[in-house]
Design a protein around this ligand. Sequence first.
Ligand SMILES: [Zn+2]
Length: 452
Amino acid sequence: MVTIADLLTQVEDSYQDIISLQQNLVRIPSVNTGFMPTGNETPVCEFASDWLSKNGITSEILESAPGRGNLIARLPGASNNAGLLFMSHTDVVPVEDDDKWRFAPFSATVAEGRIFGRGASDCKGLLTAQLMAMHILNRNGVKLKDSLLLASGADEEHGGRYGFGWLADNHPEKIAAPFAVNEGGGNVIDTGDGGFAYILGVGEKGRLQVEIDIKGSSSHASVPWQGTNALYRLAQTLKSIEIYEPERDTSASLFEHLSAFAIEDKPSPETIDDIILQLENKNVRLASILKALSRMTLTPTIVKGGIKSNSVPEAIRLTCDVRTLPHQDDAYLVKELSQVLDGIPGISYEIDYMAKPNASPFETSFAKHIRSATATSLGMDSVPMVPGISTGFTDSRFTRPLGTITYGFSAMHPEDDPMISFVHGTNESIGINSLINSTKVMLVLAHNMLAN
Ligand SMILES: [Zn+2]
């Protein structure tokens, strides 16, 4: 029977194969603009499916629309049930300006121990690691008690309607598993005392969009007193949003783990601002995380209005981005908005849900497995791990409602700086050390959870 040490050695011996698999995936430009036809994820699925098939693993491609493939692969276990789901996505965000890139964005150039390219970090690196882990398990004939599933979805970057959203609605049985590991966590954060802790992505803030319509009445700009200028009401609205102090909330599970960062004071809504203030010059990243996790945010982002330079505008639309904590529902937002907009005449608004807030519990056997697989992969006795709620969202919001405990954990290498990955930016890249570590963690995790 193969030992964990053998498996880890095999990952190291697969160094070149891992790099070239990742390069091949990055070189397929599966750019998702959000406007159909787009994405073109099927060629990525076909490449991965061929690669799996050459390695004796069967998979299928489910298209939600022409060109928008979703890949599902399975290593069967003795029971008919899945025990673990590997999740990722195949689409990438557009490249803003090719000329600003050091290397062509779909060249997957290797330099300075990194692979550069759009999608290298988000999310083809995780897909590479999961494919390779599945392959190494299979190659060693490791007998599984429950099946290992791999699902890589389309359209994550534009809301998942053609990807996991579609799979969850139309083929939930194909992605059903008690546990899933996805993007959206697995970076390390400085603990402030020279150490580090991994962030396990247990949940995501919700995203809503508020369209505020501000009405006035029009007149010729030469006699402005005959009208009511909606821009002045806009100014009032903006001022009121600017000075709004959202309620502080310290119920996120991360607040119970601040001792990992040498913060001994128990945070409460009353003390959290002081804790953040003290952190601001020592650990900017943690300060920013704690700020985001202790409140809803309401941020004006777009203004539209005015039709003519010599007319008093009668209608302005102000768009705001809202991020809610996992337990804050739309009724909560309505209550807050009515307070913020109170007393400003001519206002009405509509709320649109873009993504519901969601979370999985942190104290689970699955979290323990991830923690120990990470320690084993790094050759450490244990690694510190804290639960994080991300401000963005991923496909995990589709699997959590299916009852799957889903964690964001891509298992980057602790020496790889997350700030230089430039996810969604120019010169996106992934450290090869992270790619290798991620492969090891996925492999050990699947082995420990599923092997007979
Ligand atoms: Zn992503």
